[in-house]
Ligand binder design. Structure first.
Ligand SMILES: Nc1nc2c(c(=O)[nH]1)N[C@H]1C(S)=C(S)[C@@H](COP(=O)(O)OP(=O)(O)OC[C@H]3O[C@@H](n4cnc5c(=O)[nH]c(N)nc54)[C@H](O)[C@@H]3O)O[C@H]1N2
Ligand SMILES: Nc1nc2c(c(=O)[nH]1)N[C@H]1C(S)=C(S)[C@@H](COP(=O)(O)OP(=O)(O)OC[C@H]3O[C@@H](n4cnc5c(=O)[nH]c(N)nc54)[C@H](O)[C@@H]3O)O[C@H]1N2
Ligand code: SF4
Ligand SMILES: [Mo]
Length: 805
């Protein structure tokens, strides 16, 4: 691809996680984006970016604040136009009254995911508003979108890997994409991957579909949905058995050598040996001296004379306060655990051939450094935390963590954090919905799952959620069991919804506020994430046209509402510019400079590698942010919540193997994946996008289609124990027979193309989440099993989409 010089106004597309650098040619109210190769994320633009002007010029855009005049549940909400003062004063008044009567925690905030929208401009300020208001509750799809990449990996690495420790694709020897398809979901990673393949990098893709880079991968492992933990454990087992792991790293920087007591299954502590001053310290076994050695997390292993002498295998009798105890190093337990999942057994579970499992282990080892990314394919499962743990442990063994070409922390631009964690008192954090049931899950960080929100709204458990302040987010459709979501929204005493468009969720609001499109307002982005160059880049997006109607940016509404709530002191007296200036201050880059340089400013930052081994301020190595200061292969905290401390495979609970009594009626496995043309539940009203994908689709193998009398393009119903939803069959012989893939997010009509909409709930719906159960969810995180459920596909009689509602 020859690069022509970029012309037009420098900008970036904020519509999804890729944040592609772009140039805009503006004509009147419309504009055309083109790629800007001089921008670190500007090598490509997708069709959504190219249609950005159409998306935000659509006649259905919300233009004025409105209030409901009919009760919830009425056929029409009876929207009545109101002015901004009435709208925001009403919101401030209702929220204040509810907080006074029932506690601020009864007010739940929600946000559309920043991965799928321009809310990235404002999401930090939404959290600040929520916390300044005094509520610990934010519903932001964390359990479906970010838990695995960010928070679950804290248990292994003490840091978000790969969420913040991103794949260093430019220098990787082997790239591993596990349940991640950047060709659809993040173009900036896709272009970097293409370049890496050109220079000869190895690529492994693990995906039930031959999607994205799968056809270029070697190997592509076509895993049965939801069984990825078994696959990861089996690959790890091969690595251990063949010695294909970084032994020095495992000895020095993981809990591999730490001893575990055979009686309690917990780590042996220095205090068990009678050591009184090191109660938090752990114990390993010196193979040469044949005695225990204390490993003190505070000293980050500096107190261990020779790490090479620490045993990784064997059973040792240790003299403790309570007599002799048999103990084994974590690595020995891990090796044994993996031996129980040999490739042949994993093949039966995952449908990946044993030989391919062995080859994957070999490729990973021989092509180090390994850089990996996992996403939705591993997030939306009832066993997500264990799946992620299994992948994290596998990755730890490669020794590539924070090495050049591995997963690294691209140095961020120094900036002030504004998410306001300090504004919420400690005891209020402890009131987050879901924290009692899943204390190790996202609630401890203030992220509430859809399931817990619905329970609080419907059943008042553990207390009643009474109000919702929704920054976008199509809650009723985003979570499994949409009918329950609808019932929960209907129960709320008060709901204010900020959006560009009306949605099945916004329909339940009491007040709807029109939000300016991202190209109608400024947006500050500090760091573009996917490379050091990108992460060194700061840019203030300039508006390309006037806001539609009376719409205002999310951030302007937040600052205004905060002031009306009496929280102005936390919001720079209501000045967005002052807030941005505060964020930017440590970087030395000023707002004035960003306004005069719309293409952004690149700081001179360098990636620092293997920081865990470098001394911190106290002179000892920084280590890892885990209880041991080491990469945790064995998570003791899981024992307290009845979860295994070693990564463990559990058969998906809604599969035919778990529920044989249902398998005749629902013989197929249903998963889903993103569409290239739309973000989640958005964009289907836009003709320039919808024409590429006019109807909801379900992909199925000819062996599924033919016996059911289904032909390619025919309308069918996806039937689950919960509901029936419709889609057009897309027959594809690269799928495994028995596995079908649906698309989440369909409800909108596209009148210009004469394409009908679909009711979000009830007969004739095409909303996949109406048919997907929200539970049983992951016992640790509450993630829903949206990517592995039982279904049947039945042909609809006619091949047209004729239904009436
Ligand atoms: N075009 C577009 N881009 C987007 C979005 C969008 O809607 N459209 N959404 C944004 C958001 S919010 C997110 S979270 C990201 C997500 O980005 P991705 O994670 O790349 O999204 P998906 O395509 O849904 O899922 C990735 C792959 O997981 C596979 N998969 C499904 N089930 C399993 C399984 O059980 N195991 C494994 N190993 N793989 C499985 C699917 O076949 C798919 O190819 O994309 C963001 N970018
Ligand atoms: N079955 C199934 N379910 C899924 C998924 C899946 O792959 N399969 N994916 C899950 C994932 S990963 C995610 S992230 C969620 C996504 O769920 P949500 O975060 O709810 O995302 P969307 O459905 O894209 O958008 C919700 C609303 O936000 C509005 N919006 C967009 N941008 C802005 C903005 O800048 N400001 C404001 N105020 N509003 C805006 C849109 O117009 C839309 O009405 O869905 C989850 N649900
Ligand atoms: S991939 Fe498309 S929607 Fe996402 S930022 Fe780039 S151009 Fe925008
Ligand atoms: Mo997401």
């Amino acid at each position: 691809m020859a690069d022509s010089p970029a012309t037009g106004v420098a900008t970036f597309c904020p519509l999804c996680v890729s944040r592609c650098g772009a140039r805009a040619s503006v004509t009147g109210d419309s504009f055309v984006l083109s790629r800007d190769p001089s921008h670190p994320t500007g090598h490509a633009l997708c069709v959504k970016g190219k249609s950005a002007s159409d998306i935000f010029s659509h006649p259905d855009r919300l233009a004025h604040p409105m209030k409901r005049t009919n009760p919830k549940g009425a056929v029409s909400p009876g929207w009545q136009r109101i002015d901004w003062d009435e709208a925001l004063d009403t919101v401030a008044d209702r929220l204040g009254t509810l907080a006074e009567a029932h506690g601020a925690e009864s007010v739940v905030f929600s946000s559309v995911s920043p991965s799928t929208s321009a809310i990235v401009d404002s999401v930090d300020w939404i959290q600040r508003l929520q916390r300044a208001f005094g509520s610990p509750n934010l519903v932001a799809s964390m359990e479906l979108c970010g838990w695995g990449r960010y928070l679950a990996s804290l248990y292994t690495f003490g840091a978000p890997v790969p969420g913040e420790y991103m794949p260093h694709i430019e220098s990787a020897g082997c790239i591993l994409f596990w349940g991640y398809n950047p060709m659809v979901s993040r173009l900036s990673h896709a272009t970097a991957t293409r370049a890496a393949l050109r220079r000869g990098a190895q690529l492994i893709v693990i995906d039930p579909r031959e999607a994205g880079f799968a056809s270029k991968a070697d190997p592509w492992l076509q895993v049965r949905p939801g069984t990825d933990a078994a696959l990861a454990i089996a690959i790890t087992g091969v690595m251990i058995e063949r010695g294909w792991f970084d032994r020095p790293f495992v000895r020095r920087w993981t809990t591999g050598p730490l001893l575990v007591r055979s009686d309690t299954g917990r780590y042996l502590r220095a205090s068990d040996l009678g050591d009184t001053d090191g109660s938090s310290a752990f114990v390993a076994w010196d193979e040469v001296a044949r005695h225990p050695v204390v490993v003190d997390p505070v000293k980050r292993g500096l107190n261990v004379p020779d790490h090479d002498r620490l045993a990784l295998a064997g059973t040792f009798e240790v003299e403790t306060n309570n007599g002799h105890l048999r103990c084994r190093p974590v690595f020995d337990l891990l090796a044994e655990h993996c031996r129980s999942m040999p490739p042949a057994r994993a093949e039966e579970i995952t449908d990946v051939a044993a030989g391919e499992i062995e080859r994957a282990a070999q490729v990973l080892w021989e092509h180090r450094p390994v850089a990996f990314y996992t996403w939705s394919g591993l997030e939306q499962h009832g066993g997500t935390t264990q799946i992620i743990r299994a992948v994290n442990v596998l990755y730890a063994l490669t020794g590539s963590f924070d090495a050049p070409g591995g997963n690294v922390l691209f140095s961020p631009i120094p900036s002030n954090i504004v998410t306001g964690a300090e504004l919420l008192e400690r005891e209020i954090w402890g009131k987050a919905l879901g924290i009692q049931d899943r204390p190790l899950g996202p609630a401890q960080f203030g992220f509430v799952t859809g399931e817990d929100f619905y329970r609080a709204a419907l059943d008042g458990l553990p207390y009643r959620a009474r109000a919702l302040v929704a920054f976008g987010s199509n809650l009723a459709m985003a979570h499994g069991d949409s009918a329950r979501g609808r019932d929960a929204l209907e129960q709320l005493d008060f709901h204010v919804h900020l959006d560009h468009f009306m949605s099945p969720t916004a329909e339940f609001a009491d007040i709807v506020l029109p939000v300016a499109g991202p190209f109608e307002c400024e947006g500050l982005k500090i760091g573009f994430e996917t490379s050091q160059d990108a992460q060194s880049h700061v840019q203030l997006r300039a508006p390309l046209r006037e806001p539609v109607g009376e719409s205002r940016s999310d951030i302007a509404i937040i600052f205004d509402l905060a002031t009306r709530l009496g929280l102005g002191e936390h919001f720079f007296g209501g000045s967005v510019d002052a807030g941005w200036a505060y964020q930017l201050a440590p970087s030395g880059v000023t707002l004035d400079r960003l306004r005069s340089e719309p293409s952004g400013v690149r700081l001179d930052l360098e990636t620092r590698h293997r920081k865990y081994a470098q001394p911190g301020p106290d002179g000892v190595p920084q280590g890892f942010g885990t209880p041991s200061g080491l990469v945790d292969l064995y998570v003791e905290a899981f024992i307290d919540v009845d979860e295994p401390p070693l990564p463990t495979f559990v058969e998906p609970s809604l599969s035919g193997r778990s529920r044989p009594e249902l398998s005749e009626e629902y013989p197929l496995i249903l998963s889903c994946a993103k569409s290239l043309y739309f973000c989640e539940t958005q964009h289907r009203q836009v003709p320039s996008l919808r024409r590429h994908s006019p109807d909801p689709r379900v992909e199925l193998h000819p062996d599924v289609a033919t016996p059911r009398g289904i032909v390619d393009g025919q309308w069918v119903e996806i039937v689950t124990p919960l509901a029936r939803v419709r889609a057009r069959a897309s027959v594809d012989d690269s799928l495994a027979p028995g596995v079908v893939f649906g698309e989440h997010g369909w409800f909108e009509p596209c009148e210009e193309l004469d394409l009908s909409g679909y009711p979000p709930f009830g007969a004739g719906s095409a909303n996949l989440n109406l048919a997907l159960a929200q539970t049983p969810s992951d016992p640790i995180s509450g993630s829903s099993p949206l990517r592995s459920q039982m279904c049947e596909i039945v042909p609809l009689e006619s091949s047209t989409n004729s239904f009436t509602t």
